[in-house]
Design a protein around this ligand. Structure first.
Ligand code: SF4
Ligand code: SF4
Length: 359
């Protein structure tokens, strides 16, 4: 590592919004894997996710100041290098230059730091072009019975303190059966841990699904609109019903309450910034928190994305930050705040610049 150039890097221990660190979070979260030094041992269990941008990879969570990201790791190659300094301090280097000094590896409880987030079944009958989950190998399918989920939560609580549990799932055996399976798990967790906050991310097709999940004990719900425009949706989510997702979002606000309903909007499919502003405005207008996410293209989803959308460019850090600022402005105008959401992605914050928390 003697070719590595020292450069001025801001102290990232201060718990304050620091635009240099926000930019680094954008670069790090969109960049490639972190290469670990030979023989370096992660001080806790490595996460292997089946959902989200890290699906299919071994990942660790990295904290720097108030920010955190989840990164794929490798001992062979990477865009970033983890370096252990003489005093044991961890730093990240990029292209031979010091990128972040004083980073910390933090435990992933289940899928993400600070909460137990379960993917009940990564298989899916649908085929959204960006989604890695249904394109993972059969060996990624793990049994998530009630007993197993409760056992895993118990195990995690014996090691870490946390107060939220979340569930996502691909659609397997039809929407009704998938929602019923999720509701059963929510009911079991609610029974065993009455004080825990529970978030759910299902695909629902009727209001009765929403009521079932709410009655089972879910506090928050995420119903994903997936992208900014109808035209893109038709190409990347050919099996889903966007009109019904909008209807379900409106109904969910009535059932779960403002501030407890979120919706992922992925950008980077060729939409304009105005398209993203418009969809955020409409979501906030009905009381739904928009969760913006830059599209990640990887070896698992590249082919399906190219088939439906052609070649796509990775979003720049400038666009990511500008859209997060706009997201905050639109939400503030509608008196919405990501801090009311205490489960799933907005609470985790590892993959996106989250307004009111990061910026
Ligand atoms: S509905 Fe689409 S986004 Fe959700 S798990 Fe299935 S393929 Fe993935
Ligand atoms: S932000 Fe969401 S997808 Fe990313 S690691 Fe956290 S919970 Fe998973």
């Amino acid at each position: 590592m003697d070719t590595i150039k020292e450069q001025s890097v801001a102290d990232n221990t201060a718990d304050a919004i620091d635009m240099e660190m926000v930019e680094k979070k954008a670069v790090l979260s969109m960049g490639g894997p972190v290469r670990l030094p030979e023989g370096f041992e992660i001080p806790f269990k490595v996460s292997h996710s089946t959902a989200g941008p890290g699906a299919g990879f071994d990942t660790v969570a990295i904290r720097f100041g108030r920010y955190r990201v989840k990164k794929p790791i490798s001992y062979d190659s990477g865009e970033f290098d983890l370096v252990v300094d003489g005093d044991g301090t961890l730093s990240l280097f990029k292209d031979g230059d010091l990128f972040l000094k004083g980073v910390e590896l933090i435990p992933v409880i289940r899928h993400c730091p600070g909460q137990a987030f379960f993917n009940i079944d990564p298989r899916c009958e649908y085929r959204c072009a960006f989604c890695s989950s249904p394109r993972l190998g059969a060996d990624e399918v793990k049994e998530m019975s009630e007993a197993r989920v409760l056992e895993l939560i118990g195990e995690s609580l014996s090691l870490y303190s946390f107060d939220s549990v979340s569930f996502t799932s691909g659609v397997v055996g039809g929407v009704d059966a998938t929602v019923e399976r999720m509701a059963g798990l929510v009911r079991a967790v609610r029974r065993e841990y009455p004080g825990i906050r529970i978030g759910v991310e299902p695909y629902v097709s009727s209001e009765s699904h929403l009521r079932l999940l709410k009655d089972a004990g879910a506090d928050e719900i995420k119903l994903n609109l997936q992208c900014a425009t109808d035209e893109i949706f038709g190409r990347v989510c050919p099996d889903l019903d966007r009109g019904n997702i909008w209807r379900m979002l409106e109904a969910a606000v009535g059932i779960f309450g403002r501030g407890n309903v979120t919706s992922n909007v992925i950008y980077g499919f060729g939409e304009t910034d105005q398209d993203v502003y418009d969809v955020m405005e409409r979501l906030c207008g009905i009381g739904v928190i928009p969760g913006l996410r830059a599209l990640r293209i990887n070896g698992i989803n590249r082919q399906s994305l190219e088939e439906s959308m052609g070649r796509l460019e990775k979003a720049s850090s400038d666009r990511i930050i500008a859209l997060a600022r706009k997201q905050k402005e639109v939400m503030a105008r509608h008196s919405l705040d990501t801090r009311t959401s205490r489960t799933m992605c907005l609470e985790c914050g590892c993959c996106d610049i989250v307004p009111f928390r990061d910026i």
